[in-house]
Each structure stands twice: as C-alpha cells, then as structure tokens.
Design a protein around this ligand. Structure first.
Ligand code: PMP
Length: 443
C-alpha cells in the first residue's frame, strides 16, 4: 500500500527543487502536535515544523475547525465580491501587524506575495529596480526567483533573469561578506546598500528577510535594520520586509521587524499565518501606498485571491498564538534550545556556529572551525554532489527526528508548542547524528 503511494507520487508528480531520480518521500499518514507518522507507524519528531511553517503544531483543532466551517458556509466567491471572512481577517491582522500597515492583498503563497509586492512597489514609485541581497530566498516564480540571491536563481539565468534586480551584501556576522566584524564595522553592509542605491538609477525597493531563513538564520545586529530603513526612507526607496518565514512568533515576536521597532513600507508573509493548513500569502502595505492605489489602477489579481478557504484559519490561528502564549514560549523554549545546541557545539568539532532567535536556530557545519571552511557550498547542492548535512539529516531520521538541512547547516525550528522533553529527544538524535559530520573531519 505505502509503496504504491510512493511509486505513484514519484512517477506521476514532481518533487520540487531536486532531480527526480532518487526521490523517496516518506508517506505520511498522520500528524499531531510536534510529530508525524509514516505508513509503517514510525513516529518522527518534527524539529523544523515541516518547511518552518507549522508553528502551532500539526492539526491544531481550532484551525482545522475554522476551515471546515468556512468550507460548509462559502467555499469560494470571486475576489471582486466580498464575504465576512475577508473583512474580519483584515480587521484581525490590524491587531498584530506593525502599526501603520493597514491594507492587505491576499495571495496564495509567499512567492506570490513577493511578486505582488514588487509590482506594487514599481507602480507606486514609478521606478523599477529592486535591490536584494545575495544570501536570500524570496520565491520560485519569475520575479521572486530573480530577486533571490542564492543558487536557486542560477537555474533561470540568463534568459529568465528579469531586468532591474541588483544584489548587495547580506548581514552575516559569522562570515561577513565585507570581511569586517561588528560593532567596529558600524554595520558597513547597511552603508553598502546606501551606496548601491546612490549608484543605481530608478530603485523602487530594497527587499530583505529581516532574519534570513533557509540560508542560515542570519540575525542582524540591533543597528542594522533601523539603518536600512533610514537609508531607504531618505532616498524615497521602499523597504520590503519578507517575513514569510520569520513571522508568526518564530522569533518570539509577531514579526521579526518588531525586535528592532522597524515598520517597513511593505511586509510580505505566509506560512504561519494559517499554520500552513491553507495556502495564504499576505502583502501588508502602508497607508501611503494604499492611498496611491485609490486613484491609480491596482493592476494585479488572481482567481484565488482572498480565497475564503485560505482566509478561514487566520483568526483562529492568531487566537491560538495568543491562547497558548506562543510568542513568550518561543523566547523561553528558544533559550532552552540554544543552550542545548551550544552544548552540542562543545562536543562536536564539526559545528562551526550555532545561532538563533526565538525558536529559529541554525547549526552550521564546517570542516575547520578556525578557517570556517564549510563542508559544502551552494555549487555542490546545485550540481547534486552529496552533502554532509544530508547524511546528518538521514541519520537523525533513522532515529525518528525530522530536521531540515540546507547546504551546510541544519535548521532547528520546531513548532512553538514544543515541550522540554521533546527538545531533549530532538537534541539526543542530533547529538548522535552529528557524529557523521565529525567522522568526515578526520577522513
Ligand atoms: N520568502 C521566504 C523568506 C521564504 O522562506 C519562502 C519559502 N520558504 C518564500 C519567500 C516563498 O514562499 P512560498 O514557498 O510560500 O512560495
């Protein structure tokens, strides 16, 4: 039975961001809380909330119930009309969004949210360039992948590379792209973005992941984002905060920008907004942008825009984040996870760096702590060379722990409801699995 499912899946459906050969997905039959089960009954502790999206844990009752109730009442209505859930979700979002972002566009993914954000920024400013950063991911369709700095962009080049995206340095205090160190650097990487804006004509927006996600949980020093916001504001360039992964309690606040009191002109989000139980992407815009479109064509839209079933779980999800006190809990449990990961670093010479905020952690694997040489580089992943991190992930999976690996780091970002006992279970499996990376050191 299970083989059938896996075979039908791999033969007739595409596995994404991979060559198809060798793909053997786990056939998941059930999920609950911080765990999921395969067809043989094996349990996996979910240390990465799937794609860092099931923040409330799996099968949250209130969320599921809201979707079922909406499906029975009104499963679809054209976005040219309205319905109660659309209005109420907008009203509810006002409670949690950074103050001043008060008009929303509802898409069906983080990718689509960023596409819409770019279009809005271009229409609003009348300019077309987007400044993004190399170590970033913003989505997989034409515009959003063109603004993606990491290797996922390489596959569309040169034909698919849309004009007008310019890349600058990311903020990465472990491997500073400018070879500097904080605080002596005075966040030179932020100054560099200012320099770029000044030397490029026609810049509409700068897009940043306030805490870089898949590419390794890069947390900016406190002076970085306020500086970027100021630099952009002074030059009439919009700041787009991509909070697709960093939003919804992941860092211990509703949104990562809240840590630094920065209100972007546009905030995009998805994932945790519905606990990933329905595909919603949100673009939140400032009043100035909203006002602009009062008298100018908002030249955008989809059949599934503001889809009632994608909006249905939002209110329940926000209420659940509050009822379970998950922002607070992410901070508290994040400290526990951080301490335990740092203890692993003491023990495993293959760990070069451990960094995190809230329940959003990266464990970076290196061949040599002194030189920081990583085991693998993005070129290895693009060329399908075996990655050390994948061997660690496979070893953890054997021990019943699911964790996401990316090029040369692990992403430890469990559901925000995780208990201390579950953290211990996950850390024990990582401890054993990391021996695989240590062995590569001496090999
Ligand atoms: N931006 C960021 C920061 C992301 O992490 C992701 C997805 N991992 C996206 C955009 C794209 O979102 P989606 O996969 O929902 O299209």
């Amino acid at each position: 039975m299970s083989d059938d499912i896996v075979e039908l899946t791999t033969k007739h459906t595409y596995g994404t961001w991979r060559a198809q050969r060798g793909w053997k997905p786990i056939h998941v039959t059930r999920a609950e809380g911080c765990a999921f089960w395969d067809a043989s009954g094996k349990r996996y502790l979910d240390l990465s909330s799937q794609l860092i999206c099931s923040n409330l844990g799996h099968q949250n009752e209130a969320v599921i119930e809201a979707i079922c109730a909406q499906a029975r009442q009104l499963a679809y209505i054209s976005p040219a009309h309205t319905c109660e859930v659309r209005a109420r979700v907008a009203q509810k979002l006002l409670e949690v969004m950074p103050k001043g972002l008060d008009k929303f566009f509802f898409a069906t993914s983080g990718t689509e949210a960023n596409e819409a954000a770019f279009k809005m920024a271009r229409l609003y400013t009348g300019k077309h360039k987007i400044i993004a950063r190399y170590t970033s991911y913003h989505g997989s369709t034409a515009g959003s992948v063109a603004a993606t700095g990491d290797f996922r962009r390489w596959f569309i080049e040169p034909a698919g590379k849309i004009p007008g995206v310019v890349f600058g340095p990311e903020v990465n205090c472990y491997r500073c792209p400018l070879g500097r160190s904080h605080p002596e650097c005075g966040v030179a990487c932020a100054d560099y973005l200012a320099y770029m804006i000044d030397h490029e004509e026609n810049v509409a927006a700068v897009i940043v992941e306030p805490v870089v996600g898949t590419n390794g949980v890069l947390i900016p020093p406190a002076d970085y984002l306020p500086k970027i916001a100021e630099v952009a504001r002074k030059r009439g360039v919009l700041l787009i905060a991509d909070e697709v992964m960093s939003g919804w309690g992941r860092t211990g606040k509703w949104f990562a920008v809240d840590h630094w009191g920065v209100v972007p002109d546009i905030l995009t989000t998805a994932k945790g907004v519905t606990n990933a139980a329905a595909p919603l992407g949100v673009v939140a815009t400032s009043r100035a942008i909203a006002d602009y479109f009062d008298d100018n064509m908002f030249a955008h839209g989809h059949t599934y825009e503001a889809h009632p079933l994608t909006l249905a779980p939002v209110i329940a999800a926000i209420d659940e984040y509050r009822r379970l006190d998950l922002l607070e809990r992410a901070t508290k449990m994040g400290d526990v996870v951080g301490a335990k990961l740092r203890a692993l670093k003491e023990k495993h010479p293959s760990i070069g760096d451990v960094r995190g905020i809230g329940l959003f952690w990266a464990v970076e694997l290196v061949k040599d702590r002194a030189t920081k040489e990583p085991f693998n580089v993005p070129q290895d992943k693009a060329a399908r060379r075996p990655l050390v991190v994948d061997a660690v992930v496979a070893e953890a999976a054997k021990r019943g722990v699911s964790v996401m690996g990316w090029v040369s780091h692990l992403l430890v970002a469990p559901p925000l409801i995780i208990s201390e006992a579950e953290i211990d279970e996950g850390i024990a499996a990582l401890d054993a699995a990391l021996d695989v990376a240590d062995q590569r050191l001496s090999a």
